[in-house]
Design a protein around this ligand. Sequence first.
Ligand code: NAD
Length: 451
Amino acid sequence: MSLETLHSAQQAAVQAMDIDPAELRELQTVKTYSFMLKTTTGLEVPAYRIHTGAIEGAGGKGGIRFDGKADRERAVSLGSELSAEMFAKNALWGVRRNGAKGIICADPRLPESEMTHLTKQYAQQMHDAGLGDYRRDSPAGDIGSNGLADTYALEMRRLGEPYWQASITGKSVELGGSPARPAATARGAYAVERSHRRMTQDDSLAYDVATQGWGNVGGWRTYFASQDHDSNVTTISDQYGALYSDGVPMDIREEYIHELADNRDFKGDKMAELSTRLKRDQGLEVEYVTHAKDPYVVFKRSGDLFVPAALADSINEKTAPMLVENNVRVVEEAANGPTKKKAHDYLVEHGVWVLPDVLVNGGGVNASMDELYDNVAAVDHNLPPSSKETLERSIVNGATSAHERTMKMAEKLGTKDLRVAAVAVSLAQLGVSAGLSMDPSFHDFAIHDAA
Ligand code: NAD
């Protein structure tokens, strides 16, 4: 994953804001909790929880992922990088939490019973380390662990944690999860893009939209674009291949998302099935090209807006020029780390707006924090949960505010590089939340009552 892209933006932001890198380094602490889990057959599985932050007394926030390729060294280094990225995302979205990441060194394709067994032990060890209290930590599902939040929460209940529901987010609604969570990341991404079009006054024309990835994020993102008169979904790709419609908008209906895109139980080729449904329901003929035939169709048919919502590093030296040749105007990074450093610079130099991942895909963090507040308020004040509409509005407001502050920062720094501007806003937040020294004029970019 292109953490080099983020690091380089951080360096540029630190320089542009005249921040002392040594002070930032000293302020930013990393704490690693090491656990040892066992499979049902007695194999040892190392696991970690890593916190990166600078806000005294603030708990951690970030996912737990299963990683079959990780040994101890890779797990600690990956976990540290990802928790640092979470820290930047939290700060930008006004979430007063340090970054955190959990890594369990086991293959996410293990049988469900084994995953449950490991998750319960992970919860036990988090509890033993004092991290079962939401004030100290509150993880969420991530790669391989989505769907295991309920197991984790119920284990915390068994262990007697008084705020067991708030000990993890991404739970089912029955256990206090947010009904806005499934579409949260895509909703935030969509709100960032709408804000961007408003602020760049580029909302006069309907954008042709291409998404790479048609899972949870890519699926809901195409749904939102389809609802919007200013966007035409014309290209979609996933792991099998790409569909394109030669400019005719595809109507991506909600049922397609529930039954295909955001349905982990669907086995088979989603693109082939979507193509069949578009013909059956809408009479729309689309081209379907498998990756075996041409893996670059989604870049060659990128439209005005390209949304990477699948893989890290997919925009690289080979694919970035394809986007530019196709006159892409905006790249909206819904995936984590989809753009390599050189490709990022190439796009910015060629006048493409790159909306960076820390800004675009924080809707899930926003939804997670709302879930946590609701869980705590239920215990402390016996309050009912927020309505779905309130939770959805909160994501849109959080996304719009983060984007507007990023654009204003870009203007102040005199840059079109929104990754640098977004990181600068995160640093401005640290000026307010953690006392990092900087010109006080940067404090205007922070949220002063960050939650
Ligand atoms: P997902 O597993 O639901 O979907 C991933 C999609 O990528 C699938 O449709 C898969 O077919 C597709 N894909 C795999 N290889 C491909 C290829 N070669 N070409 C095109 N598509 C390919 O995952 P998701 O939850 O939608 O996450 C997508 C990205 O967004 C990841 O980078 C993830 O880290 C990031 N993200 C997700 C969330 C969230 O809330 N789900 C939050 C923040 C960031």
